[in-house]
Design a protein around this ligand. Sequence first.
Ligand SMILES: [Fe+2]
Length: 169
Amino acid sequence: MTTPQEHLMTWLRDAYAMERQQAIESTEKQISRMQNYPELRQWVEDHVAASERQADRLKECIHRHGGDTSTLKGLAAKVMGNVQAITGFFADDEVVKTAIADYAFKHYEIGCYTSLKTAADACGDMTTSQVCEEIVREEQSLADRVAGLVPSLTRRFVEREAAGEKAAT
Ligand SMILES: [Fe+2]
């Protein structure tokens, strides 16, 4: 049997690992390839900064429950593997596919933090519940912003491609 408290701890650790991984991989993978798409680059930078702040807040929640964050990796690696699978298949239109995958992934996170907030409520952990609520709002705002970028990115991509310029970057 797994107690609600144990589930909360596992999910907090999963979320922490997910944020850390996103911050690192998004920086490495995306920013160097967006010279002609400064608004997406700015979004990725904001998303990295937000992920780092979220990881810090989750870490505090984990520590309050007496847990530690030194040995985490597993699930986040799998989750990000899926996002990379979406973007990696389409080398030519990577910028467009990246924005779409980022939009999708923000909604995955909204689902995670909605669930985590409910688990925190069930354990009477109102601090974690409030942190999750804040994070859901941040993810929603990032999702809305990247969704708003998709049309202009796509237009620029097809125009650059049609003009014989190197469209992908
Ligand atoms: Fe996040």
